[in-house]
Design a protein around this ligand. Structure first.
Ligand code: FAD
Ligand code: DLZ
Ligand code: SF4
Length: 518
């Protein structure tokens, strides 16, 4: 109420991943208030983000600012090439306070700890009230999650997911039981993709004049970052994001569950939704996505197994990793339970490796700023786990490489899931696998210099010996883990000679990796 009559303006800060008209910092907007948005070097370079990500965020910010202006709001929008740009969010808020004579700041809690920590200092820095509001776009607030987590030292997504189903009512029967009588239907999902299946063409948006200007700017300033800027085909407005969502629900969601773990050479998208970048900047909200998917199940367009599998990724995994991040930061970011310190090999930045699966996933990452979950987890992530690559360096790689990458979602997935660096706080076992898994779920091996069925020779798939060397290295940690007992027992049954030969071969792969010959 006070805002509507007060001549003292409130400065409403909107960050690059807060592009939702429903964002709490825009509630109670008064006629004297200002919105500040700023493109800044600090956010574009705290890791060297993929040029496609920077262009996506800047263009989506510019379009969103335009929509706010159309609504009649006063928007102070600072472009990256503004000669007075200070280069940081904090610097731009300070400049905006001086320019607008704001007497109060309102911001929705930043999604990343780094920036949230800065915001917590603002009140004492500038001596005016700073209201930091919970981000209501998530279906579980930070406080809700903390309450659910209590003082447990390890958490499991499956239990959290059940609570979220009950809380939201998504896919719940009137008697309070899960629709179809089960919480998940993964037994019916996760098939390899036969060659005769041809996933549909996906939507692509030609750059408009706003995006073209951003592309020029990004080409000029960030060409040295890993990743191709062109072609740029991402949507940059809510309308375009909604078109992608509807296209996915119509053409892909019916097959999502069946092929969600499948991989195919040269085809990054398959039946995945490609909405993570839109969700993460706020062009779509997670609840509306889940509700549309639920509707498609209820009206019979989508099998329950696929619809549930998809909703679980968003209502379950996405909310869960955010809760994990905020429950355990900042100490979580320092964990390295398996003491993995091997430097990241240069082929993560070039794709220059003989391993066909790694080459394809890294090249897709370079070209599209995208790869799907199993490619991230079971190809590049699995290799990093088995080879003991440095946890911080691997995290930086994922944070830099994808258009959907934000630390709150990237860190638990990389550190917790892919690298097991939290020692099992968020996943019950490491996602370690030999080349046989990659062979089963994809078609890379046919054209590979290595052979997935071989363990010891110079043509053997490197994942195989590295897998057993990993089990051997961490035998004592995993021998008591119910889900790893069988693998540890299998290693123990190998003869001493075989164990020795495997460890030698694994060591040779690591040496080859170090000199760029893998
Ligand atoms: P779909 O497969 O269509 O899934 C639908 C949606 O579910 C996604 O858009 C996403 O919002 C959500 N989702 C699915 N899996 C996860 C998950 N494990 N955690 C959180 N949300 C999930 N996702 C990011 O959004 N940003 C990241 O920086 C990121 N880094 C990752 C790093 C690693 C090592 C791994 C293994 C996974 C990472 N993920 C990340 C999760 C997942 O890979 C992506 O969300 C997904 O590939 C995005 O593609 P999509 O939109 O086509 O997803
Ligand atoms: C990802 C990103 C990039 C590349 N650039 C900006 C920017 O210039 N200005 C901005 O407000 N936000 C940007 N973002 C998103 C932020 O990094 C994101 O809002 C914070 O990390 C959240 O804590
Ligand atoms: Fe990857 Fe091994 Fe298959 Fe080659 S043989 S594509 S390295 S899994």
């Amino acid at each position: 109420m006070i805002n509507a009559v007060s001549p003292s303006p409130i400065l409403r800060v909107i960050l690059g991943d807060q592009l939702s008209h429903s964002i709490p910092s825009l509630h109670t907007m008064g006629p004297h208030d200002y919105i500040v948005m700023a493109e800044v070097m600090a956010e574009a370079t705290y890791v060297p983000h993929h040029p496609k990500k920077i262009a996506f965020v800047f263009s989506a910010m510019r379009h969103f600012a335009h929509e706010l202006q159309q609504k009649g709001y006063q928007v102070r929008y600072i472009t990256l090439d503004d000669p007075n740009n200070t280069g940081s969010i904090q610097g731009e808020v300070a400049r905006a306070i001086a320019a607008t004579h704001a007497t109060q700041i309102m911001i929705t809690e930043p999604s990343e700890y780094r920036l949230w920590h800065d915001v917590m200092q603002w009140e004492s820095l500038w001596g005016i009230p700073v209201i930091c509001l919970p981000d209501t776009r998530f279906m579980a607030s930070r406080a809700d999650f903390a309450k659910w987590a209590g003082d447990k030292t390890s958490l499991r997504m499956a239990y959290f997911y059940r609570e979220m189903r009950k809380k939201t009512g998504l896919l719940m029967a009137p008697d309070g039981k899960p629709l179809g009588g089960q919480w998940d239907f993964d037994a019916q999902n996760r098939e390899p993709m036969p060659p005769h299946i041809h996933p549909p063409q996906r939507m692509a948006f030609p750059p408009d004049t706003t995006t073209q200007a951003v592309l020029e700017l990004v080409r000029d300033r960030f060409s040295h970052h890993f990743g191709s800027l062109d072609p740029f085909e991402l949507g940059v407005t809510r309308d375009q994001a909604l078109m992608c969502l509807h296209d996915f629900i119509t053409h892909c969601l019916p097959y999502f569950g069946t092929y969600q773990d499948a991989m195919r050479l040269g085809n990054p998208y398959l039946y995945h939704s490609l909405i993570s970048s839109y969700l993460n900047v706020g062009l779509l909200t997670p609840l509306e996505v889940c509700q549309l998917a639920e509707q498609a199940v209820l009206n019979g367009h989508v099998p329950l197994s696929s619809g549930e599998g998809f909703i679980r990724q968003i209502l379950g995994w996405r909310e869960y990793v955010r809760g994990v991040y905020w429950t355990w930061m900042p100490s979580y970011g320092q964990l390295n339970a398996l003491q993995a310190t091997e430097p990241l090999p240069s082929f993560y930045w070039t794709g220059d490796t003989h391993m066909a699966c790694m080459k394809d996933v890294i090249q897709q990452t370079r070209d599209y700023a995208y790869s799907h979950h199993i490619q991230r987890l079971m190809v590049t992530g699995n290799f990093a786990l088995l080879a003991g690559l440095d946890v911080g360096a691997v995290q930086d790689w994922y944070l830099a490489s994808y258009s959907d990458a934000y630390e709150w979602v990237e860190m638990p997935n990389t550190l917790g899931m892919a690298l097991f660096a939290d020692g099992g706080k968020m996943a019950s076992k490491p996602y370690a696998a030999s080349g046989k898994y990659i062979q089963k779920m994809g078609d890379f091996c046919k054209g590979c210099r290595y052979r997935p069925s071989e363990l010891l020779g110079t043509d053997a798939c490197p994942f195989n010996a590295l897998y057993w060397a990993f089990i051997s290295r961490h035998r004592d940690r995993f021998k008591g883990n119910q889900r790893m007992v069988y693998m540890v027992a299998t290693w123990d049954r190998f003869s001493a000679d075989k164990q020795q030969a495997i460890l030698c071969r694994a060591d040779e792969w690591v040496q080859a990796m170090r000199i760029g010959a893998l």
